[in-house]
Design a protein around this ligand. Structure first.
Ligand code: IMP
Ligand code: MG
Length: 369
């Protein structure tokens, strides 16, 4: 992943694939033109890299020149094309091949045709390395296309975002989701997960997704996924991971503008952790960290027994039950600790101390992500 100005881009087309596409264009054009000496005209700025690679591969004599047009602002094509450098030589009777880096709306191409209207060339051929069929809204024939691409903004290999990215040998695509901080929050019962989740949510503008809450919400509101989940629960079966993932997906999509998510109560198994990675990947995002609050067993037991005195929760009153819950937590999370450690994403945070102390420790981890 790379960042240019304020935006994030992900790898899209490799140098090798570009090279193959350029070669394909060279072969097709050389075959058609035979011994005729063409004038290749690059459209600056974007086409400089293509033109250089293209003419190096071109097997026969040729001429090369440039025109310079400008149309793009940021990540949007504009109608208003500026002619910065026009034709500087007489092209009467010549075969001209326009070499474009990319054809998007076709506005630039329209301007090219305007430039050539009174030039009396023998023929005007249009070749473009990248072509976005969904964005193109003109009728001009495009004779050679290196690669058709979806209607997404790209950078690299001559193409820029506000001046940056032209120098990259590979092509990158604008990420549909911008940078997010996604956390998997863990902590044994009594570690203060809820308190800290609330704080992190505020401080980092994150959305807290508690799997338990998501389940209760879907079942209570009788959503399709809620009913499906319930049908398994009624039979005494485990809800398949895919159902849970689908519910989480809905929550993520509901909050498409979020700066990130705190996942709480999920994943619990290796398979779930993998499924969550896939979900985030499908959103052009990722889990950045598993943050686990670490608290000594004896401290937990004392805290929970204290809580039991006032909360009335029966499972907080019995020391045996408490110790079992803690043990179960460690057995289950050990696998996940390993899963995220392998990706260098596990962060244990000392969960003993005042609420403020712990939030400072958590912030130190998150600020570095
Ligand atoms: P059109 O006039 O909309 O066809 O766009 C042509 C020009 O817009 C290209 O020559 C590029 O300079 C720029 N452009 C179009 N799409 C992209 C893109 O995805 N990334 C970077 N520049 C682009
Ligand atoms: Mg261009």
């Amino acid at each position: 992943m790379i960042k240019l100005h304020d935006l994030y881009f992900k790898p899209f087309i490799s140098e090798q694939e570009i090279d193959a596409a350029v070669q394909k264009m060279v072969d097709a054009i050389a075959l058609e033109l035979g011994d005729e000496i063409p004038v290749f005209i690059g459209v600056l700025n974007g086409s400089f890299m293509l033109v250089s690679d293209f003419v190096k591969k071109y097997p026969k004599p040729c001429e090369v020149t440039f025109i310079k047009l400008a149309s793009y602002e940021g990540v949007k094509s504009t109608e208003d094309i500026q002619r910065l450098i026009g034709l500087t030589q007489d092209l009467t009777g010549r075969t001209v091949v326009i070499l474009e880096d990319i054809i998007d709306s076709g506005n630039t191409l329209e301007e090219v045709h305007r430039i050539f209207k009174n030039e009396n060339v023998k023929q005007l051929l249009i070749a473009t390395l990248f072509y976005k069929p969904e964005a193109y809204n003109k009728d001009f024939k495009i004779h050679y296309v290196g690669m058709e691409i979806p209607n997404k903004f790209i950078v690299g290999y001559g193409l820029d975002y506000d001046g940056l990215g032209r120098d990259l040998p590979d092509v990158y695509q604008l990420k549909t989701t911008q940078h997010m901080t996604n956390l998997v929050l863990f902590g044994p019962p009594g570690a203060g997960k809820g308190t800290q989740a609330n704080f992190l949510k505020e401080k980092y503008d994150l959305v807290h997704i508690s799997t338990g809450d998501v389940f209760r919400y879907n079942i209570k509101n009788e959503t399709a996924l809620g009913m499906l989940a319930k049908s398994f629960m009624d039979k005494g079966e485990l809800v398949p991971d895919q159902v849970t993932i689908d519910m989480l997906n809905k929550e993520v999509e509901k909050n498409a503008d979020a700066k990130g998510f705190i996942f709480d109560g999920f994943p619990r198994t290796n398979a779930q952790a993998k499924a969550l990675d896939e979900l985030m990947d499908s959103k052009d995002s990722q889990i950045n960290a598993m943050v686990a609050l670490e608290v000594d067993d004896e401290v937990l037991v004392q805290r929970l027994l204290e809580r039991g005195k006032t909360s009335g929760r029966s499972d907080d009153a019995d020391e045996g039950i408490i110790r079992n819950r803690i043990k179960e937590y460690y057995t289950k999370t050990a696998i996940l600790k390993e899963f995220y450690s392998d990706q260098n994403k596990y962060f244990g945070v000392d969960g003993v101390g005042s609420v403020e102390d712990i939030t400072v420790r958590l912030s130190a981890v998150i600020d570095k992500l």
